[in-house]
Design a binder for this molecule. Structure first.
Ligand SMILES: NC(=O)c1ccc[n+]([C@@H]2O[C@H](COP(=O)([O-])OP(=O)(O)OC[C@H]3O[C@@H](n4cnc5c(N)ncnc54)[C@H](O)[C@@H]3O)[C@@H](O)[C@H]2O)c1
Length: 268
């Protein structure tokens, strides 16, 4: 099958669900060979089986070095190369800041920041050893650029992903390694992650309406919208783009849309 990822081998962390799974689906459709890494073997295995006979599940706990090492070994044994890494594994930690325990903080940083750091380091090393060009796409968030009073630890971890990405990009460029590294910054996505808040908000529809109301375009992205942005950065179409951050946020990071009642709007 020909496509934008023909002949390319990709490992995606957090691919049992949401954005990671949708990215695996799109990458397979574009002719790529995909390895779905996740801590959840049951859902990860089912996702791989559903996506394509040539898609594989690999057990992966992004917080552990041995796990990255074993996952990459499996990819290299089965495919002989790795061209693309998508770091999508992540956890949400919200709530009142003074109730955020040290354990919550550490787990958030471990999965979102350290997990992405380990993925980048292992991938750059493997890509360098193989000698091929590569592309790494890290999933940050709008909260990698702006903070939130109810998600202090989460935003700190996603801010770390944003600068980690730029550092890795510069490292590769400075060492003349043909490996690019970029980040994608979604706003609230209408995905499985949202299910957890839907009940408290009085149902999914109400939650989507509440969240959309703060997005300038008044719409929430779905996982395939994020997957398309990841595909662009991962593919050769973005061959000179590195260290960049791509918001998929309906305009949220552009600024604020003044309320209709803002007197400034009424002055002609
Ligand atoms: N959904 C959103 O609204 C949203 C918005 C902005 C950014 N993001 C980010 O996008 C990424 C994907 O989010 P999603 O919506 O697909 O979430 P999701 O909960 O649907 O999927 C996350 C996946 O990560 C896996 N995971 C968790 N801990 C892991 C670990 N230690 N090792 C390996 N896998 C692990 C989970 O099993 C799950 O399959 C995350 O990094 C998230 O922070 C999500």
């Amino acid at each position: 099958m020909s496509g934008r990822l023909s002949g390319k081998v990709t490992l995606i962390s957090g691919a049992a669900s949401g954005i990671g799974r949708e990215t695996a689906r799109l990458f397979a459709r574009e002719g790529g060979k995909v390895f779905l890494g996740d801590i959840d073997s049951e859902r990860g295995g089912a996702a791989a089986a559903e996506i394509s006979p040539s898609a594989h599940f690999v057990p992966l706990n992004v917080t552990q070095e041995e796990s990255w090492s074993a996952a990459l070994e499996k990819v290299l044994n089965l495919a002989g190369r790795i061209d693309i890494l998508v770091n999508s594994a992540g956890i949400w930690t919200g709530g009142d800041f003074i109730d955020c325990s040290l354990a919550d903080w550490q787990q958030t940083m471990d999965v979102n920041a350290t997990g992405t750091f380990l993925g980048c380091r292992f991938a750059v090393k493997a890509m360098k050893a193989i000698g091929n060009s590569g592309s790494i796409v890290n999933i940050s968030s709008i909260y990698g650029n702006i903070a939130a009073d109810d998600a202090v630890a989460y935003a700190a971890s996603k801010g770390a992903v944003r600068l980690l990405t730029k550092g890795v990009a510069l490292y590769c460029a400075a060492n003349t390694l043909p490996i690019r590294c970029n980040s994608v910054h979604p706003t609230y996505v209408d995905s499985e992650m949202l299910e957890r808040f839907a009940e408290a908000a009085g149902g999914r529809e109400l939650e989507v309406a509440r969240l959309s109301s703060v997005v300038p375009m008044r719409k929430l992205p779905v996982p395939s919208d994020i997957a398309e942005a990841i595909l662009f950065l991962a593919s050769d179409a973005a061959r000179l783009i590195t260290g960049a951050e791509l918001p998929v946020d309906g305009g949220m990071l552009a600024g604020i849309v003044a309320p209709v009642s803002n007197p400034a709007r009424l002055v002609s």
